[in-house]
Design a protein around this ligand. Structure first.
Ligand code: ZN
Length: 249
């Protein structure tokens, strides 16, 4: 064990089971993987939700998927600056070093990250969640009148997938590879209760990303009414989607 902390009994038990039951059948495969650099051809951007494991859903083995998971499967737009950008760094690694052939954004039902966005992400004591979820704020408005209340969560979950796919295309080296035909972008929505996975290979051209611009989202802020406001100045919808829905009618 590296580092200090109480023994994670469930994890240690699981590891013992892995060594006992799975390792004998997988050991040669792992040895082959260890002899060369990783060569995953697919990158998955998924939510960190413990119920939605990409490797399980896609029945993938070790070495097949390059996975980055975060809250609500959000990909930020291309914003090269001096700050740390974990998801953007993973995207760059996958595209420029691994040269993956496919990027999949995997969203899911009952996403608590999306729900936090709907309820107004800015809670007292949250240091990082608010600015992170704020990246996905453009999916909140306008709320289409034809969507029933019971379908709103699914609507926004799919909206975040589309936003992430659109933001991925603001990275110039992604756009180049896509244009050259060497990279495909796909979104899937996994329904936890039914186990179904809906997807689309349609080109994603969301309203707010038709002309990708670094460090800005050309959308209308519900609070200021201004177009093209920098998202970091645009606070989350603090009173949630009900107010937004009322405004859009
Ligand atoms: Zn989630």
């Amino acid at each position: 064990m590296i580092g200090r902390g109480p023994p994670a009994d469930a994890l240690l038990d699981g590891f013992a089971r892995f060594r006992r039951e799975a390792w004998p059948g997988l050991s040669e495969h792992y040895r082959r993987l260890a002899r060369r650099a990783q060569a995953a051809r697919t990158m998955i951007v998924a939510c960190a939700d413990a119920r939605v494991d990409p490797q399980t859903i896609f029945a993938a083995g070790p070495g097949e998927l390059f996975v980055v998971r975060n809250v609500a499967n959000i990909v930020p737009p291309y914003e090269p600056d001096e700050r740390s950008h974990g998801t953007s760094a993973a995207l760059e690694f996958a595209v420029r070093i691994l040269k993956v052939r496919q990027i999949v954004v995997l969203g899911h039902s009952r996403c608590e990250g999306v729900r936090a966005l709907l309820q107004g992400a800015g809670r007292k004591g949250q240091d990082f969640l608010e600015p992170w979820l704020c990246i996905a704020e453009p999916v909140l408005w306008p709320v289409p009148a034809g969507v029933a209340d019971r379908d709103l969560e699914r609507h926004f979950e799919e909206g975040v997938i589309r936003l992430s796919l659109a933001n991925i295309q603001t990275f110039p080296w992604v756009a180049e590879r896509v244009k050259a035909g060497g990279l495909t972008l796909t979104g899937y929505h996994f329904d936890i209760a039914s186990g179904r996975c809906g997807g689309s290979r349609r080109p994603v051209r969301s309203r707010w990303s038709r002309k990708p611009r670094p460090a800005s989202l050309p959308a209308v802020c519900p609070d200021t009414g201004r177009r093209g406001v920098r998202r970091r100045r645009c606070g989350p919808a603090r009173s949630g989607w009900r107010r937004l829905r009322a405004r859009s009618r």
